[in-house]
Design a protein around this ligand. Structure first.
Ligand code: NAD
Ligand code: TYD
Length: 362
C-alpha cells in the first residue's frame, strides 16, 4: 500500500481520514479526489495542503476518463471510497443524485480499479490481482434498516434500507460485493453508525443544533425526538477504517460502532445545557417520512478479530466537539451561507406550522 485514492476527502469524514493517514503513515501518498458539492470544503484541509505526500484533484467519481487517468498517473493501489451524497433529508427531496453518485459513482471506481489492478485485464476470467491492492467501501449502518427496542446490527443481517439515501448505499454495497464474488476483486466494506466531531456540515443533527442554539434559533426536533442513534466520534471511525484497510480479511464486511446509543432529544438537551440556553428553543416539527426509529451497532467482529476499539467516550467527545464549534465560529459562518441558507429556509420555513400540526395531534 503506497498510493491511496481517497474519494470525497473534502467532506466531514474523508477530510479527517486524509489527515489521519498523513499523520500515521508518512510513507503513503494520499490522492484526494472530490467534486466539491455543497458538502465539500477545502478549508477543512488547509493544514495539510502543503504536505508533499498529499494531492487534491477536483474530480467527479462518475467521470471514468479522469478517474482512469488518475489511476495511471499516480499508480493507485488502494481506494477508500467516501464520496457520496450523505444527507437523508436531501435524499427525500431529490433521490436521483443519490443513486447516480452513490451507486454509479462506486461502480465506475470499481471498474477502473479492476482494469488497473488485474494481473491480466484482458482476460475476463482472470481473478488474480496485483499484490497489496484493495478497494474499501465506506458504508453505513442505515443499510440494515430500523431496529425495534432490542437487538443490534450484525454484519450477516439482510439489508432493509428505508430511505433513498440508505437504499443507494445498500445498492453500492451489493455492487462492491458482486465485484468480489464475480471478479475476485480484493474488497472490504465498513458500516458505521452516526459520526460526530469537528467539521461536520451543519445540516446534520449535532452541528445543526449547536449552530442554531448559539444563535438562539428554534431547534427542530423531528416527531417525538425519541429516535435512537448510536454515536461514534469521527476520529474513531477513521482509525477503524485504517484498521480494516491494513488487517481486514479479503471480501469481509466490518461494522464500526462506539456503543453510544442516545435518543435525539437527549442530545439536543445536552447541547442546550452545555451552552447555557433555554429548552424553550426546542421545536417539535413534523416527523421525517420513513424515519428509522433505532440504530445500534454490534462491533464484536472488528474488536475481536482486528483488535480495534473506539477511544472516545461520548461525554468527552461531545465536550471536545462543542468546544471546537465554539472556537471555530468562522468556519461555520463561511459555510452557513449561499446554498445551505436556502436549503435551511426551505426545510424549516414551515416549522411553526408543522409544530402546530404535531401539537394538535397530542
Ligand atoms: P459529506 O457529505 O460530509 O462528504 C461527502 C463528500 O463527497 C463531499 O466532500 C462531496 O463534495 C463529495 N462528493 C459528493 N459527490 C461526489 C462525486 N460525484 N464525486 C466526487 N466527490 C463527491 O459526507 P460524510 O459525512 O463525510 O460521509 C462520508 C461517507 O461516510 C459517505 O459515504 C457516507 O455515506 C458514509 N457515512 C457517513 C456517516 C455520518 O454519520 N456522517 C455515517 C456512516 C457512513
Ligand atoms: P441526521 O444527522 O440527519 O443523521 P441520520 O438521519 O443519518 O441518522 O439525523 C440524526 C437524527 O436526528 C435522525 O433521527 C433525525 C434527527 N434530526 C432531527 O430531529 N432534527 C434535525 O433537524 C435533523 C437534521 C435531524
Amino acid at each position: 500500500m503506497e498510493n491511496i485514492l481517497v474519494t470525497g476527502g473534502a467532506g466531514f469524514i474523508g477530510s479527517s481520514f486524509v489527515k489521519l493517514m498523513l499523520d500515521l503513515h508518512p510513507d503513503y501518498k494520499i490522492i484526494n479526489i472530490d467534486v466539491l458539492t455543497y458538502a465539500g470544503n477545502l478549508e477543512t484541509l488547509k493544514t495539510v495542503s502543503d504536505n508533499p505526500n498529499y494531492i487534491f484533484i477536483k474530480v467527479d467519481i462518475r467521470d471514468r476518463e479522469k478517474v482512469d487517468e488518475i489511476f495511471s498517473t499516480y499508480k493507485i493501489d488502494t481506494v477508500v471510497n467516501f464520496a457520496a451524497e450523505s444527507h437523508v433529508d436531501r435524499s427525500i427531496e431529490e433521490p436521483e443524485i443519490f443513486l447516480s453518485t452513490n451507486v454509479i459513482g462506486t461502480q465506475v471506481l470499481l471498474d477502473v480499479a479492476k482494469k488497473h489492478w488485474k494481473v491480466n485485464p484482458e482476460d475476463k476470467y482472470c481473478r488474480e490481482y496485483k499484490s497489496g491492492v484493495k478497494f474499501l467501501q465506506v458504508s453505513t449502518d442505515e443499510v440494515y434498516g430500523s431496529l425495534g427496542k432490542t437487538g443490534m446490527f450484525v454484519e450477516t443481517m439482510s439489508l432493509m434500507p428505508n430511505s433513498p439515501y440508505s437504499a443507494s448505499k445498500a445498492s453500492a454495497d451489493m455492487v462492491v460485493r458482486a465485484y468480489h464474488e464475480t471478479f475476485g476483486m480484493p474488497i472490504n466494506i465498513t458500516r458505521c453508525s452516526n459520526n460526530y466531531g469537528p467539521y461536520q456540515f451543519p445540516e446534520k443533527l449535532i452541528p445543526l443544533m449547536i449552530n442554531s442554539c448559539l444563535k438562539e434559533k428554534k431547534l427542530p426536533v423531528y416527531g417525538d425526538g425519541m429516535q435512537i442513534r448510536d454515536w461514534l466520534h469521527v476520529s474513531d471511525h477513521c482509525t477503524g477504517i485504517d484498521t480494516v484497510l491494513h488487517k481486514g480479511r479479503d471480501g469481509e464486511i466490518y461494522n464500526i460502532g462506539g456503543n453510544n446509543e442516545k435518543a435525539n432529544i437527549e442530545i439536543v438537551k445536552l447541547i442546550i445545557k452545555t451552552l447555557g440556553k433555554s429548552e424553550n428553543l426546542i421545536t417539535y416539527v413534523k416527523d421525517r417520512p420513513g424515519h428509522d426509529r433505532r440504530y445500534a451497532i454490534d462491533n464484536t467482529k472488528i474488536t475481536t478479530e482486528l483488535g480495534w476499539n473506539p477511544k472516545y467516550n461520548f461525554d468527552q467527545g461531545m465536550k471536545d466537539t462543542l468546544s471546537w464549534y465554539l472556537n471555530n465560529t468562522e468556519w461555520i459562518e463561511n459555510i452557513v451561507s449561499g446554498d445551505y441558507t436556502k436549503y435551511y429556509e426551505k426545510m424549516y420555513a414551515n416549522s411553526s406550522e408543522k409544530n402546530n400540526e404535531i401539537d394538535n395531534q397530542k
